[in-house]
Ligand binder design. Structure first.
Ligand code: UDP
Length: 248
């Protein structure tokens, strides 16, 4: 296996089924370095999103243009391994928490967008208790009336935060972040269900499920309505296996 040894700003852009993914030694350092480089968008890629990006050209273009694409799922790590690229999984929820911790320690101005009103309220209580120094300059839930979004967006653009965490689900959070961050500094990152977990309203899958690569199954038990989304996983495995066959 090929090992990757890089500094914080170096990364190697690889591809899984044609979708870009960045391999770097220290993902958190690479993410923080984006800030001093004038900002950027971070995408956390998993198998489901890879398959979606192959059929949704808007999402595909946003991932292509992203400044850092992180291997969030066991499936993409496995697919990279089949290419001889050794990489550790970087769960988006952990990277986002590292950025939030860094933001609190360094006086970054933080914006949070997304999740239900109830989740946002509990999240704010928890964050204020945990990080007394966190500069939260913007916090809005993700179920606004369509007519309210333009005002919120203008306010956010005027604030020019250092870090914007967006929990609107895939692909909305990636497309919205890309459209909003144009011409702005700061790090923008889609965080999926992270606010639900940080607020305490949902449990993160235990470590053993992740070690057995069964995190998806735990999430399915918590939210049975997700079953349809997971039908794509065997198709991902098949496509990666076929891709290897074609290369031989
Ligand atoms: N969400 C939102 N507005 C919407 C749709 C979704 O704020 O219009 C939130 C939802 O409440 C949840 C997050 O987006 O907090 C998506 O979580 P999910 O676990 O589905 O993320 P994914 O698996 O898509 O990364």
């Amino acid at each position: 296996m090929e090992a990757i040894t890089t500094g914080p700003r170096d990364r190697r852009r690889c591809r899984v089924l044609g979708i870009p993914i960045d391999v770097c030694r220290d993902v958190a350092s690479a993410a923080i370095a984006l800030h001093s480089d004038g900002g950027g968008q971070i995408v956390t890629l998993n198998a489901e999103m890879t398959m979606r990006a192959r059929r949704d050209s808007d999402l595909g273009s946003v991932i292509e243009a992203a400044d850092l694409v992180v291997p969030d799922g066991a499936g993409v790590v496995w697919a990279l391994g089949r290419q001889g690229v050794k990489v550790r999984r970087s769960p988006g929820i952990e990277l986002a928490w590292s950025l939030l911790t860094f933001a609190a320690a360094h006086g970054w101005r933080v914006a949070l967008v997304g999740a239900s009103p109830d989740v946002m309220e509990r999240l704010l209580d928890r964050l204020r208790a945990q990080f007394s120094d966190l500069q939260l300059v913007f916090a809005e839930h993700g179920y606004q009336q369509p007519t309210d979004w333009p005002t919120l967006e203008t306010r956010l653009q005027t604030l020019r935060p250092d870090l914007v965490l967006v929990a609107l689900g895939v692909p909305k959070q990636e497309l919205w972040s890309c459209s909003q961050r144009q011409g702005l500094p700061g790090i923008w990152m889609g965080v999926g269900g992270s606010f639900d977990v940080w607020s305490g309203l949902k449990q993160r899958a235990p470590e053993w499920t992740s070690q057995l690569q069964l995190e998806w199954f735990y999430r399915l038990l918590q939210e049975p309505s997700r079953w349809r989304r997971y039908l794509v996983l065997p198709r991902f495995v098949w496509a990666v296996l076929r891709c290897g066959e074609q290369r031989r």
